[in-house]
Design a protein around this ligand. Structure first.
Ligand SMILES: *[C@@H]1O[C@H](CO)[C@@H](O)[C@H](O)[C@H]1NC(C)=O
Ligand SMILES: *[C@@H]1O[C@H](CO)[C@@H](O)[C@H](O)[C@H]1NC(C)=O
Ligand SMILES: *[C@@H]1O[C@H](CO)[C@@H](O)[C@H](O)[C@H]1NC(C)=O
Ligand SMILES: *[C@@H]1O[C@H](CO)[C@@H](O)[C@H](O)[C@H]1NC(C)=O
Ligand SMILES: [Zn+2]
Length: 263
C-alpha cells in the first residue's frame, strides 16, 4: 500500500536541458481515472480524516485539519561515471541535503521520508541507461532496496521510468522509483532547478500526484484546493492566470511543486 493512494507510480524523466520534463506532460488515462476516483472518495470522507493534501499549501485553502502522518522509507542511489561532478558523482553529504529538502517540502503534508541507505555505484552504462532498456532493468535489479511501499531514488545522468500497479519481482516492481537528474540536487549546477525540488516533484508523482495543468481548467490535478491551471508554468510567471471567471478562483499555482516553474 502506498499511502491511501494505491497508485503505483514511478516516473520520471529528466533530460540534460530540461530538469523537469516528466516523460510526458499528458499522464496516462488510468492514472487520471484513479485521481478522479480518489478525489471523489476524499470529498465523501472530507472532515473525517483531514484528507490527503499533498503539495505546497495554497493561500486560498483555509483548512486547518492536522494531516495524518506517514513515514516512507527512502533509499538513495548515486550511479556515476567518475568521481567528479561532471561524472555525476554526488557526495553522501549532498545526498543527505537532498533528503532534508524533501522532508522540508513535504512537512505540511504529514509525509516524511526515513533515509535508510545511500549507495554509490560507478558504472557508466548504468549512469546513462535509457528508459525501459535491459541495462536500466539490470541496474535496478541490482540496486533497488525495500518493498513496493518504499521509495528508491536514482541520481544519475539520465533517468526515466514508468508507472503501473506491479506485482513483487515483476519488471515494473524493479523499475518502480524515480530517476533524478544528478545536476538538480541542492546547490547543483542545474540553473533555476537546483534547490532539490526536482526530487520533491518526481516523488510527488510516485505518491500519485499529477501536474496541476494535467486536466486543464476543469480538471487540474483533480485535487479540490489546487487553483485551476490550463498550461504548464515555465520560468517565473508571477500573476499567470490561465483559468479566469467565477468558476476558477485564484491565480495559477506556479509555486506548486508539481508545476514546472523555476524552483
Ligand atoms: C568524468 O566524466 C565526465 C562525463 O563523462 C567527463 O566529461 C570527464 O572528463 C571525466 N573526468 C575524468 C577526470 O575522468
Ligand atoms: C546499505 O546497503 C549496503 C549494500 O547493501 C550495505 O552493505 C550497508 O550495510 C547498508 N547500510 C545501512 C546503514 O543499512
Ligand atoms: C515500459 O515497459 C512497461 C512494461 O513492459 C510498459 O508498460 C511501458 O509502457 C513501457 N514504457 C515505455 C515508455 O516504453
Ligand atoms: C555495470 O553495468 C554493466 C551493464 O549492465 C554490467 O554488466 C556490470 O556488471 C556492471 N558493473 C558493476 C560493477 O556493477
Ligand atoms: Zn512531473
Amino acid at each position: 500500500m502506498r499511502l491511501q493512494i494505491s497508485l503505483s507510480l514511478s516516473l520520471i524523466l529528466a533530460t540534460t536541458s530540461v530538469a523537469r520534463n516528466c516523460g510526458n506532460t499528458q499522464e496516462p488515462i488510468e492514472l487520471i481515472e484513479q485521481a478522479i476516483r480518489f478525489n471523489s472518495h476524499n470529498r465523501q470522507t472530507a472532515g473525517q480524516s483531514g484528507g490527503a493534501s499533498i503539495g505546497r499549501p495554497n493561500h486560498e485553502s483555509s483548512k486547518t485539519s492536522t494531516p495524518r502522518t506517514q513515514e516512507v522509507n527512502l533509499y538513495m542511489h548515486n550511479i556515476y561515471i567518475n568521481e567528479t561532478a561532471a561524472g555525476a558523482y554526488i557526495s553522501e553529504e549532498d545526498l543527505t541535503k537532498q533528503w532534508r529538502v524533501m522532508n522540508e517540502n513535504y512537512a505540511s503534508t504529514g509525509i516524511s521520508f526515513v533515509l535508510k541507505n545511500i549507495t554509490h555505484t560507478q558504472n557508466k552504462s548504468w549512469a546513462l541507461a535509457i528508459r525501459n532498456g535491459t541495462t536500466e532493468l539490470k541496474m535496478k535489479q541490482t540496486l533497488r532496496m525495500g518493498g513496493y511501499e518504499d521509495l528508491n531514488l536514482y541520481f544519475r545522468v539520465l533517468g526515466r521510468g514508468f508507472f503501473g500497479d506491479f506485482a513483487p519481482n515483476s519488471e515494473g516492481f524493479w523499475q518502480d522509483g524515480c530517476d533524478i537528474l544528478h545536476t538538480t540536487i541542492p546547490g547543483g549546477p542545474q540553473v533555476n532547478y537546483n534547490e532539490g525540488k526536482t526530487a520533491t516533484h518526481e516523488t510527488g508523482h510516485w505518491l500519485g500526484l499529477l501536474h496541476p495543468f494535467s486536466g486543464g481548467c476543469r480538471g487540474g490535478d483533480y485535487i479540490d484546493d489546487t487553483p485551476a491551471e490550463e498550461t504548464a508554468s515555465y520560468g517565473c510567471p508571477v500573476g499567470k492566470d490561465t483559468c479566469r471567471g467565477d468558476m476558477f478562483p485564484g491565480l495559477d499555482p506556479i509555486h506548486n511543486f508539481m508545476d514546472y516553474a523555476y524552483e
